[in-house]
Ligand binder design. Structure first.
Ligand SMILES: Nc1ncnc2c1ncn2[C@@H]1O[C@H](COP(=O)(O)OP(=O)(O)O)[C@@H](O)[C@H]1O
Ligand SMILES: [Mg+2]
Length: 276
């Protein structure tokens, strides 16, 4: 893996082969086709993921079946260790299910090998992490440009896409800033721009507000809502933050690797029970 590929692996969740890249950012022209359809973005059927630790087998996910609609904005919640990150890693094609079926878009991921998964991931998945994972030596512009460097896009085309993505997160005036010159909330917005610059099918965020103060967290949740509504991005977000429930359509709950059901989000989100 070259140094560049190494950097890109850091933000895309694994080794990524040279790909053609997507044809464009698509932020301006959201796909009408998708909006009209009732397709599911994600369909898990009887998915189990076990890890072996010494003589013990840990069931990180235990016979999980669920669907996530296209252009949904959903939260996955549950106590620490309940399998949330494991679930995201399966959707993102970073990890393999031990058994069961994982369909994302129109593709069955469980039959792909690592190289096919990496190529698929580069085209379809945008990842956002709790600690942003920006490279400190690169400007905001350069950080967002990273995932485009292995595509066929020309320098001028890359510039157009990077500028659209930074505009979409309202950071057009911070393009030449380095991460240390930005607030945590702004860093996370750069990371979100980097995740959407390839025009992914699904945005996957693991605790995106976990390291932010309440006000910045709310801004990030509003930004994700806007990307969902305005640009019709399907967003799957793992969160501990009960405030997130107001922003999402549906909350999926995991407990000890088991999917225990979903509740409606939005303003009607159920208040927390004392036992939670
Ligand atoms: N690579 C791994 N090796 C062994 N056990 C793992 C690994 N990843 C996760 N686990 C175990 O699987 C369970 C679920 O982990 P995880 O998906 O990270 O939970 P969450 O994100 O909800 O906190 C935990 O018991 C954890 O210790
Ligand atoms: Mg986790």
């Amino acid at each position: 893996m070259s140094k560049l590929e190494g950097h890109i692996a850091l933000v895309t969740g694994g080794n990524i082969p040279i790909t053609g890249g997507n044809s464009g950012i698509g932020l301006a022209a959201a796909q009408e086709f998708d909006r009209e359809s009732t397709r599911v973005a994600v369909k898990l059927e009887h998915v189990t993921r076990t890890y072996r630790r010494d003589a013990f087998e840990v069931r990180a996910l235990d016979d999980v079946s669920l669907t996530i609609p296209t252009q949904g904005f959903v939260a996955i919640m549950g106590p620490s260790g309940s399998g949330k990150t494991t679930l995201l890693n399966l959707l993102a094609g970073i990890d393999h299910a031990t058994s069961g079926s994982v369909v994302v878009g129109d593709e069955e991921l469980t039959t792909m090998n690592d190289r096919e998964l990496a190529a698929w991931r580069a085209r379809h998945i945008g990842l956002v992490f709790q600690f942003y994972n920006l490279l400190p030596v690169l400007t905001a512009f350069e950080n967002v440009e990273l995932p485009l460097l292995l595509t066929h896009l020309s320098k001028a085309e890359r510039k157009t896409h990077v500028e659209s993505a930074l505009k979409a997160v309202d950071l057009a005036d911070r393009m030449e800033h380095y991460p240390r010159q930005l607030s945590g909330g702004q860093e996370q917005r750069v990371a979100i721009a980097r995740a959407i610059v390839t025009d992914p099918t699904i945005l996957i965020a693991d605790e995106p507000t976990g390291d932010l103060d309440a006000k910045s967290a709310e801004e990030i949740l509003l930004l994700l809502t806007q990307l969902n509504r305005q640009y019709h991005k399907t967003i799957v977000m793992v969160t501990h933050d009960p405030r997130s429930e107001r922003f999402v359509d549906t909350v999926y709950r995991l407990d000890k690797g088991v999917f225990i059901g979903s509740t409606t989000g939005g303003m009607s989100a159920t208040p927390l029970q004392p036992s939670e």
